[in-house]
Design a protein around this ligand. Structure first.
Ligand code: 13P
Ligand code: SF4
Length: 319
């Protein structure tokens, strides 16, 4: 629409004026992803967002995603201004793992390495030995297991269970879950597979074990996107947030991408899997955050100092 065109232009001008770059997650609206592409920013998974922000020369990072992504950017680049379209965009994993309770949990297992998923607050990261994202969780835990380490894992129980099964590591798990991925049902995915027998099944590891078990590929958003480009199947059943379809379809216009249903029936479901917090990011709020410095991220100095250690370990970890 004309309104959108005006806002898009305002954002482009503001990005230049403020020496800012847009760092967007795959689950944000198509319009935001499109802008990130057009303006020299990035569309990425959470690990790549962290790397991109830390390495980019811009003095302001505009992080379109959820709060932990903005906090991670600020911890890695305290000298940069980090803005978010909204500070209300949280994550059920972050909410489900309060720092004080988590710290008490860790105190019960002093002989274990603490590995936390990036989807946590800065204060939880400050209590950790390692931060990981879905793209390197397996590799990091395998590395620790090889060194004979026992592990505390938080907060996603599905990703934690998957990593435990794959690596055989000794892990105690926090019982958090992603409200979006937790809803995928194996029966629904199986029913779709009956409709599209040649389809490859792509699953994000925050999904329940029964869904992960029937996947052809399990991985982070970037890893699933890559698989959709590299595999020769003409159809893909995709169990992750529907925001990913923007890039999947753009990269492979001749392939068919089908949303994995979140209900038990085999019926294809329209826009069932979409993170309500990612959805809060709008073009208007993006413009306003740049214009008025609304939604600036601040992290307490002491928490930042501690959280940087496991985060930097993640970035320095070479597979
Ligand atoms: P990725 O690391 O795959 O981007 O996942 C982040 C996330 O929030 C998934 O729900
Ligand atoms: Fe958190 Fe799930 Fe939303 Fe990702 S999709 S931000 S894990 S609630």
């Amino acid at each position: 629409s004309l309104d959108n065109e005006i806002i898009r232009q305002e954002i482009k001008d503001l990005l230049v004026e403020k020496n800012a770059v847009l760092v967007a997650h795959y689950y944000t609206d198509d319009a935001i992803q499109e802008l990130a592409e057009e303006t020299g920013g990035v569309i990425a998974d959470s690990l790549e967002m962290a790397r991109f922000g830390a390495n980019h020369p811009a003095s302001t990072l505009v992080v379109a995603g959820v709060k932990f992504m903005g906090e991670t950017a600020k911890i890695l680049s305290p000298e940069k201004t980090v803005l978010m379209p909204t500070l209300e965009a949280t994550c059920s994993l972050d909410i489900g793992c309060p720092a004080d309770e988590f710290s008490a949990f860790c105190d019960q297992y002093p002989d274990r390495k603490v590995v936390v998923y990036a989807n946590t607050s800065a204060a939880v990261k400050a209590r950790a030995d390692w931060v990981v994202t879905s793209s390197i969780a397996l590799d990091v835990v395998e590395h620790l297991h090889d060194q004979g380490e026992k592990i505390i894992w938080a907060p996603d129980q599905h990703l934690g269970g998957y990593v435990q099964k794959q690596t055989g590591a000794d892990m105690v798990l926090w019982d958090g879950a992603c409200i979006v991925h937790e809803e995928f049902k194996a029966k629904g995915v199986q029913d779709l597979k009956n409709v599209y027998p040649d389809a490859a099944i792509l699953v994000h590891p925050e999904s329940p074990a029964s869904v992960v078990e029937i996947a052809d590929v399990v991985g982070s958003t970037s890893q699933l996107l890559k698989a959709s480009q590299e595999m020769s199947n003409s159809t893909f059943i995709v169990a992750t947030d529907r925001g990913i379809f923007y890039k999947m379809r753009q990269a492979s216009p001749d392939k068919r991408f089908v949303e994995a249903p979140t209900a038990g029936s085999g019926a294809t479901c329209r826009s069932c899997a979409h993170c309500p917090w990612m959805a809060l990011n709008s073009l208007e709020m993006l413009r306003d955050s740049l214009k008025n410095s609304d939604g600036e991220i601040f992290v307490d100095h002491e928490i930042r100092r501690k959280a940087l250690i496991p985060l930097q370990r993640m970035l320095d970890f070479n597979v």
